[in-house]
Design a protein around this ligand. Structure first.
Ligand code: PLP
Length: 418
């Protein structure tokens, strides 16, 4: 499918070009193409693992309340931004971002996966930190416009299965230390070269830099009582930088002890919320063998858990394609419930899911020095049943093996200037 269907009406600019000043309109995008294309990092190179190499171009669009809102978006050569040291985002974390992948499919075409969900989530994140609103479908069109220009060189047709990471970002730029709603902002989109994190037995870094080989399934370290990622009424459900910087200390300490990610627990009950930058799922058989096996994940609603696009897709896929096998249950469950299930042999499988790590089995959870062993499949780390089936189904959609409305096909090389 080309184009994003099913957008709810946003802030009055759902037409392609409403003609009104101050509204973000992707169709007005101007193009200034680079005269010096950037070097492309080799596959699995240290530059790729550094996650800092962007493609040749970026899209910038500025918001200024005094000038009536959004200015004309511009596609320009990738390069530094200029900000005043007083720019609000640098002081008050008034910034938000998104993350999705641009896939080169088996049929040579490029696709985004449900980008309208990312765009809607970015509007919610922006609202939470007092950044300006924009029409979600216009953001998706801008992403597609950048992909159309840079994909032919950066995601070559002869490399099906590769991807670029799409990072739309918004920052408050007004030069003022006053703590106020953003009166000026910059919304920009970049495409960044990423390594393949989705390798259950692969290297966790460039081999030349000592990347180690992972055993089957991820090893998660449950967070201690002294640190919490998000709390009810907070902003854990938004993709704002303020959620991520403060969690680095815990994930770095976990990595030093040989764990892959932190499993974030919450409150005295020690509810299981998320794992690193992923949502967490557990497949648990009922006590006493009565009832159906449950697919458990933490609920949305209290503002603690990020509404992951992969999470939604997992829940919908299981409900639609396996309605008679599992009960899909979004509810609070604690680490103690998981430990009980593991000791009774009722813990069938656990996995994390998200854009970067896709759907990856969990092999062990460490809680207060005790190891909860989670069954995983073969030595390649491919577990059970459900993980494998979900991976196959969703990657077939992302890679164009099957036609599906969740895939948004981008037509390449359509550079048009208004
Ligand atoms: N949870 C957190 C905290 C994240 O940062 C992410 C990644 O965006 C996810 C979950 C997974 O979300 P998605 O599936 O949209 O990538």
């Amino acid at each position: 499918m080309t184009g994003a269907a099913g957008f709810p009406q946003t802030n009055g600019a759902s037409q392609r070009d409403s003609g009104s000043r101050g509204v973000l309109v992707a169709a007005r995008l101007t193009h200034e193409l680079t005269l010096s294309p950037r070097p492309i990092p080799a596959l699995n190179s240290p530059e790729l693992w550094a996650q800092g190499e962007a493609t040749d171009h970026m899209i910038l669009t500025r918001y200024n309340l005094a000038n009536g809102g959004w200015a004309t978006p511009q596609l320009v050569p990738y390069g530094p931004l200029s900000l005043m040291p007083t720019a609000a985002a640098l002081h008050y974390a008034t910034e938000c971002f998104e993350g999705m992948k641009l896939y080169r499919g088996v049929d040579g075409r490029i696709r985004l996966f449900r980008p309208e969900h990312n765009a809607m989530r970015m509007r919610q994140s922006a609202a939470r930190v007092s950044l300006p609103d924009f029409p979600a479908e216009q953001l998706v069109e801008l992403i597609a416009a950048l992909a159309a220009v840079d994909a032919p060189r950066w995601l070559p047709k002869d490399r099906p299965g590769t991807y670029l990471y799409v990072r739309p970002t918004m920052i408050a730029t007004q030069p003022s230390l006053a703590m106020k709603k953003a009166s000026e902002a910059l919304l920009y989109i970049i495409l960044v070269c990423f390594p393949d994190f989705d390798q259950p037995t692969g290297s966790l870094g460039p081999p030349a830099q000592g990347g180690k080989v992972r055993r089957p399934g991820l090893r998660l370290l449950a967070s201690g009582k002294d640190m919490v990622r998000a709390w009810p009424g907070g902003f854990g459900n938004c993709k704002v930088g303020a959620n991520y910087g403060p969690s680095i200390i815990a994930s770095a300490a976990a990595a030093q002890q040989g764990f892959d990610q932190i499993l974030w627990l919450l409150g005295g009950e020690e509810w299981v919320t998320e794992a690193g930058a992923c949502n967490f799922f557990a497949v648990v058989k009922p006590k006493g063998g009565l009832g159906r096996t449950q697919l458990l994940t933490a609920p949305l609603g209290s503002g603690v858990v990020l509404p992951g696009v992969t999470r939604t897709s997992v829940l919908e896929t299981v409900s639609e394609t396996l309605p008679n096998e599992l009960d899909v249950v979004e509810r609070n469950f604690s680490i103690h419930e998981l430990m009980d299930a593991a000791s009774d042999g009722r813990l069938v499988e656990c996995f994390v899911c998200g854009t970067a790590f896709f759907i990856t089995p969990v092999g062990e959870i460490s809680y207060e020095g005790r190891a909860i062993r989670v069954p995983v499949g073969d030595e390649r780390g491919r577990s059970g049943n459900l993980v494998e089936r979900l991976r196959e189904r969703l990657s077939a959609i992302m890679q164009g093996d099957i036609e599906h409305p969740w895939a948004y096909v981008v037509e390449e090389g359509e550079v048009s200037t208004p």
